[in-house]
Design a protein around this ligand. Structure first.
Ligand SMILES: Cc1cc2nc3c(=O)[nH]c(=O)nc-3n(C[C@H](O)[C@H](O)[C@H](O)COP(=O)(O)OP(=O)(O)OC[C@H]3O[C@@H](n4cnc5c(N)ncnc54)[C@H](O)[C@@H]3O)c2cc1C
Length: 384
């Protein structure tokens, strides 16, 4: 990812802010409650260049560093987390191609992904599990110049609205160790791939999460990312560092959004003759919320900087994702408590943040796994 001048970064962030205030904030409550897909916003995201945010400029993307990208995600998620998924998952697909694809794959797919002409996501999780990725059962077998794929994926973001996915499969189900038998494919939607109905969710509304089933799905061998079998596990998890920074940034957005709503409400709501922000019990809550939000932001930008420097940053990304998602959860419930009964009302925004926050603890590796990743890396970096 390229360096961005300070002026350019400010211009871009100002454009994102204007878009949020003009086009996102006014519709969020109505769309979220009716679980309606924001087609108009997708078109505006294309204009802003969000589908190419982290894709190199040589392929028509913005080539943003992870720090700027995280800042964009934070700002959007502080108002409506759902819509960040429309381009976050898509960029995971693009990252896999840009990092590990052949020159032909990059020039064929990346420009169309950057413009948003092709939109998609990443299909790893299966009905039998998401954490133990090496246990997946979806399998590809070679037949002449093609691969035939059978199996199913679940919880795939953009499965209905998207048209192309990074698809993790077994090309050698008997391989030991198991990861050596895994490969990642560029899988465009066509005959043999079917998206199920969008799954009903607690939050993360208005964006489709669905099952993708593959029945005799045939694709040319040149869709195998990097052109060599057995690299899929490494390619799929290689993208998780940026994925975790994504989710961390969503967590920061929710933590900051909840803090903002709670602050405003506590300044206007009065009990016992004064605004509730003047009661010490509320002040203690606000102090914890602002500290958590700030710490989450710093950890997330620290991880993004480590990513931009290159090299391994799974510990930094794991710490950011773990801390920021827990901060989102805690701040959203504290904001709800500060709102009293109104926090429980669908007429206020805080209930949405409360419903969206838990996903950040699950996606891109659960927080149980994050702690294992952090701890393993920590021990490795500090040998006896
Ligand atoms: C709204 C939504 C969108 C999603 N989008 C996508 C997507 O676009 N693409 C995609 O591929 N997936 C997606 N997912 C799936 C997500 O990545 C998985 O849900 C996640 O990886 C966890 O997998 P699982 O749900 O199968 O839980 P499991 O793997 O079954 O885990 C269940 C519980 O056991 C714990 N656990 C498991 N193994 C261990 C261990 N070794 N040590 C300690 N604890 C452990 C977990 O932390 C969890 O608490 C999405 C999920 C949701 C809810």
């Amino acid at each position: 990812m390229s360096e961005l001048g300070a002026a350019e970064e400010m211009q871009l962030l100002a454009a994102v802010d204007r878009w949020i205030e003009r086009d996102v904030r006014p519709i969020v409550r109505e769309y979220d409650h009716s679980d309606r897909y924001p087609t108009e916003l997708v078109e505006q995201m294309k204009e802003l260049g969000l589908f190419g945010a982290t894709i190199g400029e040589e392929y028509g993307g913005l080539g943003l560093p992870a720090t700027t990208y995280a800042e964009i995600v934070i700002r959007i998620a502080s108002v409506w987390m759902s819509i960040t998924g429309i381009f976050n998952s898509h960029l995971m697909l693009a990252l896999a191609i840009e990092r590990f694809g052949t020159p032909e794959q990059k020039s064929r797919w990346l420009p169309k992904l950057a413009s948003g002409e092709i939109r998609g996501g990443i299909a790893l999780t299966e009905p039998s599990g998401g954490t133990d990725l090496q246990a997946i059962r979806t399998a590809a077998r070679r037949e002449g110049d093609d691969y035939i794929i059978d199996g199913s994926k679940i919880w795939i973001t953009n499965a209905v609205e998207g048209s192309c996915f990074a698809l993790l499969v077994k090309t050698d189900p008997a391989a030991e160790p198991r990861h050596k038998g895994m490969s990642l494919f560029i899988a465009p939607k066509k005959e043999g791939m079917r998206a199920g109905k969008p799954l009903e969710k607690l939050g993360y509304k208005s964006i489709d999460s669905a099952e993708l089933t593959f029945t005799g799905y045939r694709i040319p061998a040149d869709h195998l990312i990097g052109g060599v079998e057995g690299q899929g596990f490494y390619q799929a998890t290689g993208g998780l560092e940026l994925g975790r920074i994504n989710v961390a940034a969503r967590g920061v957005g929710i933590a900051e959004g909840a803090l903002r709503l709670a602050t405003q409400y506590s300044q206007s709501r009065r009990t016992f003759g004064k605004p509730i922000c003047e009661h010490q019990a509320i002040q203690l809550k606000l102090a914890e919320m602002v500290t958590r939000a700030r710490a989450a932001r710093l950890l997330t930008l620290d991880a993004a900087r480590a990513f931009d420097r290159g090299g391994r940053c799974d510990m930094e990304a794991g710490m950011a994702k773990y801390f920021a998602s827990e901060a989102a959860l805690e701040n959203s419930i504290e904001a709800m408590r500060i709102h009293g009964a109104y926090g429980y009302s669908k007429e206020y925004d805080v209930e949405r943040l409360y419903r969206d926050a838990p996903l950040t603890c699950i996606g891109e590796g659960t927080n149980e796994i994050q702690r294992i990743v952090i701890s393993r890396q920590w021990i490795k970096r500090n040998p006896p």
